[in-house]
Design a protein around this ligand. Structure first.
Ligand code: C2E
Ligand code: CA
Ligand code: CA
Length: 703
C-alpha cells in the first residue's frame, strides 16, 4: 500500500489490514471511506446491518444516492471541515436503508492520519433511529403540550420561596383569567384574590411551603381581568426539592359554572323557590341552634307563626301569578320588619314563621308580631289596585325553665295561630296551656261529634223572625244544639268550628237539613203557612256537587215547596269559599230557594257578593244592631245597609235585637224584619209551635 496516487481508486486490501478488519467486523458502527470523485471506496462489514446492503454493493455510491437531500449539504460541509481539521461531527443525518426507510445516523468525519492509508475521508456512523424518533416524538409532544397549556382550561404557576414571586405562569392564564402572562407576573395576590379568601389562600400557601410533602386543595374566588370574580379550584403543591421546579406549583381552573349550579341547588333544597326565604328544613335547623343557645344564655326564643287572612280569596281575585308576586312582597316586608338576628321562613302557601332569639319578655315578642302585622297591613299594589291583607299570628315561647323542642314550638305556635283565626283573624294569640287543653279537647270533640250524629244527640232549636210592621212570624231559623250526655246542652260555638275543620260539618249539616225540613213539613211552611225555614250552611256543604240533589230529594220527601226553605251562608264563609259555590247557589236560587247572606257587615261587606251569589236576603249582624242608638257609626251602617238593600231589592233581617230601643231604631229606619232575644229566643220546636200563628204583641202594639 504505497504511493497511493491521486485519481486512481485505491481499494483497501482487507487481507493486508486484518487488524482493522477484525475491529470493524465486530463493530456495530459502520465506517466507509469516501472519495470525492469515486464515492464510497470502502465499506465496513457493519454496513450490512445499518443499511441492509453488502459492503461490496455499497462501493462507488455517492452521498446524494443514499443521504437525505436535506442533509447532503451539511454532510459535505462537515467533510470539508474534517479535511481541514482532521475531525468533524457528530452530526445527525438520514440515510436510506435498502428497505426504503430512512434511518437516522450519528455520523463523524475523520481525516486519515496517514494519507497513505486511504485516499478520501472516513465516515463513521451508527444507527440512532430509535433515539432520534423518541426525541422527535418528545419535541412533538412538547409542542402539543405548549399548545395545550395555551388552550387549556388549567393554569399552572410556579411560585417562589417567598410565596410571591412567580417563576412560571402558563399561557393559558390569558384564556382563563384574561390576564396576559406578563401582567399576571406583576399582580399581587391581594389584587386578584377575593378579600374573603385571601387569608385562606395565605394560610394554604404557608402550610404547603412549610411541609416538603405539602399539598392542599382550596376553592377561592379570583379576579378575572373583566372585573368579575371567578370561583377557582386550586391545588397547591410543594416542589421545592425538585431541582427542575424549586417552588410551589399552583394549579387551578375555573369552576364558576359548577359553583353557581351547586349554590343554586343548595339554595333550592334549603330555600323556598318562590320567595328565596329559608324553607322548613333550614328554618328548623336554625331554630334548633337558637334553642340550644337559649339554654345556655337563658334568653327566650319566640316562634311567630304568621298566616295571611283569607289569602285564598286574594288568590281568586288576582290569580296565582299575582298571588305569587304578593307573597314575595310579603316576604320582603317581613325581612325588613324582623330584627337582625331573627330568622324568617316560608313553610308553605301563605304561612310564614319567624324565630326571634334573645328576647327578654313575651311583650317583646308581641311588639315584633304587631310590627309584622302593621307592615303587612299597608296596602299592596297589584295591577294598579290596592290589596289589603291582614295577618293572624300565633306565638309560642321557649325559655330556659320551660323549654320546647323545635317541632313542639312550631306545633304550639301553629295551634295558637289556629285559635287566633277562630277568634276572628287579624290578631295575635299566645300559646299557653289553655290553648293546649283546648286543642286536646277539640280532638276529643272531633271523635264525639261523630258519635253525636249517630246517637241522635243533636237537636234543633228554632228562632222566629218577625215582620216589623205586622208582627207576623215570617219564618224560623234552625239552630243546632248538642245534647251532650256529660256536658249538657252545647251551643254551635263549641263544636261547629271543629266540625268544619274536620269535615264532619257535611254529615252534621245533612242531619240539620233533614231535621229542619221535617219540621217545616210539620209546620206546613210554604203550604198551610207562608213562612220560611232558614237553615245555616257552611261553605263546605255548598261546595259539594251532590248538595243540590240532596236538598231536592228531601224537599220531595217532605212535600214542601222550595220557597219554604232559606239557605243562610255567612259572608266570611263566602270569602274563603271555592268558586264552585257560586254556581251551586245560583242553581238553588233558580230552583226557588231563598239565599241569605248571614252576618253581613263582618266580612268585606261587599255588595258584589250579594249579586254574585244571587242572594235575596241580607242578615245584618248583631254587632251593628247592638250598637243602634248607642254608636253613631253603627246606626249609620245599619241605615245605609238598609238603603243599599232596598236599592238592590233585597230583604233585610236585623239580627240579635235585644232592646226596645234597637227595635225602635230599626223600625224608624224602615227595616222590615228582625229576630233577637227581645222578640223570641231560640227554642225547642214544641215551644215555637205555639208562636206560629200569633202576631207578636210587642211589635203590633207599637205600630
Ligand atoms: P247565626 O246564624 O248568626 O245565628 C244567630 C246566633 O245568634 C244564634 O247563636 C242565636 O242563638 C244567637 N242570637 C239570636 N238572637 C240573639 C240575641 O238577641 N242576642 C244574642 N246575644 N244572641 C242571639 P247560636 O245558636 O249559638 O249559633 C251560633 C252560630 O252557629 C250561628 O250564628 C250559625 O252561624 C252557627 N250555626 C248554628 N246552627 C248551625 C247549623 O245547623 N249549621 C251551621 N253550619 N252553622 C250553624
Ligand atoms: Ca244564621
Ligand atoms: Ca247571623
Amino acid at each position: 500500500m504505497e504511493n497511493l496516487s491521486e485519481g486512481t481508486p485505491q481499494i483497501i486490501d482487507s487481507s493486508s489490514s486484518s487488524f482493522l478488519e477484525q475491529l470493524l467486523r465486530h463493530s456495530s458502527d459502520a465506517a466507509i471511506v469516501v472519495h470525492p470523485k469515486y464515492g464510497v471506496t470502502y465499506a465496513s462489514p457493519a454496513i450490512a446491518d445499518v443499511l441492509g446492503i453488502s459492503p461490496d454493493a455499497f462501493l462507488g455510491r455517492m452521498a446524494a444516492e443514499w443521504i437525505h437531500s436535506d442533509d447532503v449539504a451539511s454532510m459535505l460541509e462537515h467533510r470539508s471541515a474534517a479535511e481541514q481539521s482532521g475531525h468533524a461531527g457528530p452530526i445527525i443525518i438520514r440515510g436510506l436503508h435498502e428497505d426504503h426507510t430512512w434511518r437516522y445516523f450519528e455520523a463523524e468525519w475523520w481525516r486519515p492520519d496517514d494519507s497513505n492509508f486511504a485516499d478520501g475521508t472516513i465516515l463513521h456512523f451508527r444507527d440512532v433511529s430509535q433515539r432520534e424518533r423518541a426525541r422527535a416524538e418528545a419535541a412533538r409532544s412538547e409542542a402539543r403540550l405548549g399548545a395545550l397549556l395555551l388552550e387549556a382550561s388549567d393554569v399552572v404557576m410556579v411560585i417562589g420561596k417567598d410565596g410571591q414571586q412567580l417563576s412560571y405562569v402558563s399561557p393559558s392564564i390569558e384564556r382563563v383569567m384574561g390576564w396576559s402572562t406578563e401582567l399576571a407576573s406583576e399582580l399581587t395576590w391581594r389584587q386578584v384574590i377575593h378579600p374573603d379568601h385571601l387569608q385562606r389562600w395565605i394560610d394554604a400557601v404557608t402550610s404547603v411551603a412549610e411541609d416538603p410533602e405539602g399539598r392542599r386543595q382550596i376553592e377561592l374566588k379570583g379576579l378575572h381581568k373583566d372585573g368579575t370574580w371567578r370561583w377557582l379550584d386550586a391545588s397547591i403543591l410543594n416542589r421545592f426539592e425538585d431541582p427542575l421546579i424549586e417552588g410551589i406549583i399552583l394549579h387551578f381552573h375555573d369552576v364558576t359554572p359548577r359553583h353557581l349550579a351547586e349554590q343554586e341547588l343548595a339554595r333550592r333544597s334549603l330555600h323556598d323557590s318562590l320567595t328565596a326565604l329559608p324553607n322548613r328544613v333550614l328554618f328548623v335547623d336554625r331554630l334548633e341552634s337558637a334553642l340550644n343557645r337559649s339554654q345556655r344564655s337563658g334568653g327566650l326564643v319566640a316562634l311567630l307563626y304568621c298566616d295571611l287572612d283569607r289569602f285564598k280569596n286574594v288568590n281568586d281575585t288576582i290569580g296565582h301569578g299575582g298571588a305569587d308576586l304578593l307573597l314575595c312582597e310579603v316576604a320582603r316586608r317581613m325581612e325588613v320588619a324582623i330584627r337582625a338576628g331573627d330568622s324568617l321562613a316560608r313553610l308553605h302557601g301563605d304561612e310564614f314563621v319567624v324565630c326571634a332569639e334573645e328576647i327578654d319578655s313575651w311583650e317583646e315578642a308581641q311588639i315584633l308580631a304587631n310590627r309584622l302585622r302593621r307592615d303587612l297591613a299597608k296596602p299592596f299594589i297589584h295591577d294598579g289596585r290596592e290589596i289589603h291583607l291582614t295577618t293572624t299570628i300565633g306565638i309560642a315561647i321557649s325559655s330556659k325553665d320551660n323549654p320546647y323542642s323545635a317541632s313542639d314550638l312550631l306545633e304550639n305556635a301553629d295551634a295558637a295561630m289556629f285559635v287566633a283565626k277562630k277568634g276572628g283573624r287579624d290578631r295575635i294569640a299566645f300559646y299557653n296551656e289553655e290553648v293546649r287543653s283546648r286543642e286536646l279537647s277539640e280532638l276529643a270533640i272531633r271523635d264525639e261529634i261523630r258519635g253525636a250524629i249517630e246517637n241522635d244527640q243533636l237537636v234543633l232549636h228554632y228562632q222566629p223572625i218577625y215582620d216589623l210592621t205586622s208582627g207576623a212570624l215570617l219564618g224560623t231559623e234552625a239552630l243546632v244544639r248538642w245534647q251532650h250526655p256529660v256536658r249538657g246542652l252545647l251551643y254551635p260555638g263549641d263544636f261547629i268550628p271543629v266540625a268544619e275543620e274536620s269535615g264532619l260539618i257535611v254529615a252534621l249539616g245533612s242531619w240539620v237539613i233533614e231535621s229542619a225540613m221535617r219540621q217545616a213539613n210539620v209546620w206546613g211552611f210554604g203550604t198551610a203557612r207562608q213562612a220560611k225555614m232558614w237553615i245555616n250552611f257552611s261553605a263546605l256543604q255548598l261546595e259539594r256537587i251532590q248538595i243540590v240533589d240532596e236538598i231536592t230529594e228531601l224537599l220531595s220527601r217532605f212535600a214542601i215547596p222550595s220557597r219554604a226553605i232559606g239557605i243562610e251562608i255567612t259572608e266570611t264563609a263566602l270569602i274563603d269559599a271555592q268558586p264552585e259555590i257560586d254556581t251551586r247557589l245560583r242553581i238553588l236560587r233558580y230552583l226557588g230557594y231563598s239565599i241569605a247572606i248571614d252576618d253581613f257587615g263582618t266580612g268585606y261587606s261587599s255588595l258584589l257578593y250579594l249579586r254574585r251569589y244571587s242572594a235575596d236576603t241580607l242578615k245584618i249582624d248583631r254587632a251593628f244592631v247592638s250598637g243602634l242608638g248607642v254608636s253613631r257609626d253603627d246606626t249609620a251602617i245599619v241605615s245605609s245597609l238598609r238603603g243599599l238593600a232596598a236599592m238592590l231589592e233585597l230583604r233585610v233581617v236585623a239580627e240579635g235585637v235585644e232592646t226596645q230601643d234597637q227595635l225602635q231604631a230599626l223600625r224608624a229606619m224602615g227595616c222590615e224584619s228582625a229576630s233577637g232575644y227581645l222578640l223570641a229566643k231560640p227554642a225547642d220546636a214544641s215551644v215555637i209551635t205555639q208562636l206560629l200563628d200569633e202576631p207578636l204583641e210587642l211589635i203590633r202594639s207599637h205600630s
